[in-house]
Design a protein around this ligand. Structure first.
Ligand SMILES: [Fe+2]
Length: 357
């Protein structure tokens, strides 16, 4: 039994489809005549309650529908002669992002909330894709906390449109943070990657923790500086590649939880030199249109040279998440080639006037 609608995440040149299930089971996805399996070197995975299946983006974009096939195992997997229950099939239509006007909703910092961010997204109306931008579970102390990711994406997308997931600093905390990467989209195991949804090109970045690795709060469990050094090499590689120079791209976006070009006070004033380098490389070689952030628990549109630009913003930064008691405000985008409408909406149905950037 599926616990939510499938979550179809865009990462690299594939969709990584995540489906949480109630019982021990195996899973595959059928697109046309071809099956794509949740497998580990030829073994169907059943130990995890969250299935993960990658499919080539073009295959699903062309087919516009897929079937989730789920088969529960009777009792624990034996070495020989397992007994399986009948296969259950769940069909979904899929609408890939197309065209030169693209609607997207952004959610971050929900910290375990599900209903309020879903209501805020509904207030924006129909979308072509969804962004989840970090700190969705409050921490990784229990694996069940991961479910809020699939609940939000399942409800907002219905399994019918793509989503993008980026990790936040709270996602690095707790006993299961080290296996969080098995439960979210990654490329080559990394939580930083590029993605493409229709004519939108994206760079997903991960700033890691928000304080020095030696901070007592982490108790010696963090090596984010080392992680960011790897990410620096990745950013430099992407900057020099051709992937963001395609004429069909109408918007280039950087999605990152932490607006890393702002000035922070102690102990949050980490990696200023490295973050300034990231911003410079991105600005000069990628030339993005918009940087999409959360983390501050505030909402606002910040132009280059504005009050939060301390380390050379590569472009306008939109900070778009405000959680509160029984409340959430997020941000909707309407991307066009020459402009983007930024519209904040909340769980009470309040809708801000569009700010065009
Ligand atoms: Fe955060």
């Amino acid at each position: 039994m599926l616990l939510t609608n499938p979550c179809v995440f865009a990462a690299g040149n594939e969709y990584q489809i995540f489906v949480p299930v109630k019982n021990e089971s195996v899973m595959w996805i059928k697109i046309g005549d071809k099956c794509y399996y949740d497998e580990s070197n030829g073994v169907l995975r059943s130990l995890s309650r969250v299935h993960r299946i990658s499919v080539p983006m073009k295959v699903l974009d062309d087919a516009k529908k897929y079937t989730v096939c789920n088969q529960e195992i009777r009792g624990r997997r034996k070495a020989y002669f397992n007994k399986m229950k009948p296969v259950k099939e769940y069909e979904y239509t899929f609408t890939p992002v197309t065209g030169d006007e693209v609607r997207c909703y952004h959610i971050a910092d929900t910290h375990n909330r599900v209903d309020e961010p879903v209501k805020a997204a509904e207030a924006f109306g129909k979308i072509d894709f969804l962004i989840l931008n970090g700190d969705v579970p409050n921490d990784c102390g229990k694996k069940k906390y991961f479910n809020s990711i699939y609940e939000i994406v399942g409800k907002v997308t219905g399994g019918n449109i793509p989503a993008v997931f980026v990790r936040g600093n709270h996602d690095i905390r707790g006993k299961y943070a080290e296996i969080f990467g098995d439960y979210i989209p990654t490329v080559d195991g990394n939580t930083f990657f590029t993605f493409r949804v229709g004519n939108i090109w994206g760079l997903a970045l991960d700033c890691g923790e928000d304080k020095p690795d030696s901070h007592p709060e982490y108790g010696g469990t963090i090596c984010c500086h080392y992680f960011r050094e790897r990410e620096t090499q990745f950013i430099e590689r992407v900057a020099d590649c051709e992937c963001h120079k395609d004429d069909t791209i109408i918007k280039k976006i950087v999605v990152v939880h932490n607006p890393f070009t702002m000035k922070y006070n102690e102990p949050f004033n980490i990696e200023e030199e490295m973050f300034a380098h990231w911003a410079k490389v991105i600005k000069e070689k990628i030339r993005p249109d918009l940087m999409i952030c959360g983390h501050l628990h505030k909402t606002g549109v910040h132009p280059v040279g504005g009050k939060i630009d301390a380390h050379g913003q590569p472009c306008t930064v939109v900070v778009g998440s405000k959680p509160d008691k029984n409340y959430f405000k997020g941000v909707g985008y309407v991307f066009r080639k020459d402009s983007t409408d930024v519209i904040f909406t909340d769980s009470n149905g309040e809708i801000s006037e569009a700010e065009t950037v």
